[in-house]
Design a protein around this ligand. Structure first.
Ligand code: ZN
Ligand code: ZN
Length: 69
């Protein structure tokens, strides 16, 4: 699965560029398929927030089902 930047929407195979340099991932969450590239450092917080929300959601899902730790 391709990872997509939540800031600008670039992906693994379609990196955006700043100057002549293609961007690279600052943070990437393979599970969500989302990341933040080097041109969007202001979105790192947002990605962390999404990860936290997802973790919270997963916890609730688990506690309502089997008693998994
Ligand atoms: Zn980006
Ligand atoms: Zn990019």
């Amino acid at each position: 699965m391709e990872n997509e930047c939540i800031g600008c929407g670039c992906t693994d195979s379609r990196a955006c560029a700043s100057g002549n340099e293609p961007c690279h991932w600052l943070e990437v969450d393979e599970a969500m398929g989302l990341g933040v590239c080097s041109n969007c450092p202001s979105h790192v917080e947002e990605l962390r927030q999404r990860q936290a929300n997802l973790a919270e959601f997963a916890k609730e899902e688990m506690s309502s089902g089997a008693s998994a730790e």
